[in-house]
Structure formats: C-alpha cells, structure tokens
Design a protein around this ligand. Structure first.
Ligand code: GRF
Length: 198
C-alpha cells in the first residue's frame, strides 16, 4: 500500500511510521506539511521520501493536493500531528481512507480548538483519572469519525500537561503503528460508525 502522511510539526508520529511501517508493511510515498518549517519535513527528506509543503489557505489547495495524491498512487492518508481540517472534497475523494491520531479519548477533549498541549491542559484542569489517545477515520467533522483504536494512560495527581503529553505521545505512537499496519493489511472493516479490527 502507498501511504501519504500529513504533518504540521515535529513529526514524531511520522518517524515511528518510517521506522516501523515504511518498506515493511507499506510504502510512505509522500509527506505533506501545512508548515514550511515543520521538523517532520526533514524526517521525510532524510528517508528519501517526497516531502512537500502545502499551505491549505491556497485557493486551489484541494485540487493540487488531490492531483499529487493521484500522481503518487496513494492508497490511504495518515494525519499525524496535522493541524488543519480536511475539506469534505478530500474526505469524499478518499472515503474510509483517511485516518487521524488524536491525543485524548475521543469524544473527550477533541474538536477544532483542541490540539497539541491544550488537549492535556484541559484534561489536567478537569481532573480526569485516565486519558489516552485515539485513532479514528476522518469524516467531515473535527475528530468526529468512526473510532479504530484507543489506549489509555493513568493521570496522577502530580501530572502536569507536559508530563501527560509525554505519556500520551508514547501510546499515540503505538496505536498509530498498529492501526496503519492493519490498514496496509486491509484488516479494518468499517460498518457505519462501527470498526472491526481483524
Ligand atoms: C502531538 O500533540 C500529537 O498528540 C498530535 O499532534 C502533535 C504533534 O505530533 N497528534 P507529532 O510529534 O508532530 O507527530
């Protein structure tokens, strides 16, 4: 399977896909960043993966992105720390073929204005005892698509947003790798909102 990975920042999720999935279960053929100085771009380039910047504010953004995805025969897209909302045009072009990793147990602490450290600040502020990460299919909303996998972490009294972020990032890497491997093996069965992982 040919995979495109969309990033906006450090790309630690991209890196684990490069290390664990790339040229083993699938091939990452494209890294697309919404941010020209995302460190994740270097991760792609260091592994000879075509790495490009697309500013989603550009007028014909969707057409350009779809053209390059088709040009590279992309089978599915992974949003890994990508901070822009995917347009319905792109979602409908790749139905059931776009997955996202979010650093909380959806439907808690998610949506357009919950990203990065803010997610963990809200969890700490609320005083939850567990948090975690979610991999889900992308639909037209923000973090609202059918859930593929979730994994929890304990939130201790001493935890700060930063210590929680670190705990959650470690398990993001784990569940993203398992989910992408299952995508490569066509082992994710989507029925309505329910996902069966074979
Ligand atoms: C992290 O907050 C992660 O939880 C979310 O995007 C941010 C950056 O991830 N998925 P990465 O290190 O760029 O993969």
């Amino acid at each position: 399977k040919k995979i495109a990975v969309f990033i906006s920042g450090g790309g630690s999720n991209l890196q684990v896909l490069i290390d664990e999935i790339h040229q083993k279960y699938g091939e990452i053929v494209l890294v697309l960043s919404s941010n020209s100085n995302a460190h994740g771009l270097m991760r792609g380039k260091n592994n000879e993966i075509k790495s490009i910047v697309f500013d989603s504010k550009e007028s014909d953004f969707d057409e350009k992105v779809i053209a390059i995805l088709e040009e590279n025969h992309v089978d599915f897209i992974v949003l890994a720390g990508y901070l822009k909302i995917i347009s319905s045009k792109l979602v409908n072009k790749y139905p059931g073929k776009i997955i996202n990793i979010h650093p909380s147990l959806i439907p808690s602490f998610c949506g357009a204005n919950h990203y990065g450290l803010k997610v963990h600040e809200k969890a700490i502020e609320y005083g939850v005892k567990i948090s975690g990460a979610t991999v889900h299919f992308v639909d037209e909303g923000a973090d609202t698509g059918p859930i593929i996998m979730q994994k929890t972490v304990s939130v201790d009294y001493e935890d700060t947003a930063e210590t929680l972020q670190k705990k959650v990032l470690d398990i993001e890497h784990y569940i993203l790798c398992v989910s992408v491997k299952k995508m490569c093996e066509d082992k994710l069965i989507l029925k309505g909102r329910k996902v069966k992982v074979l």
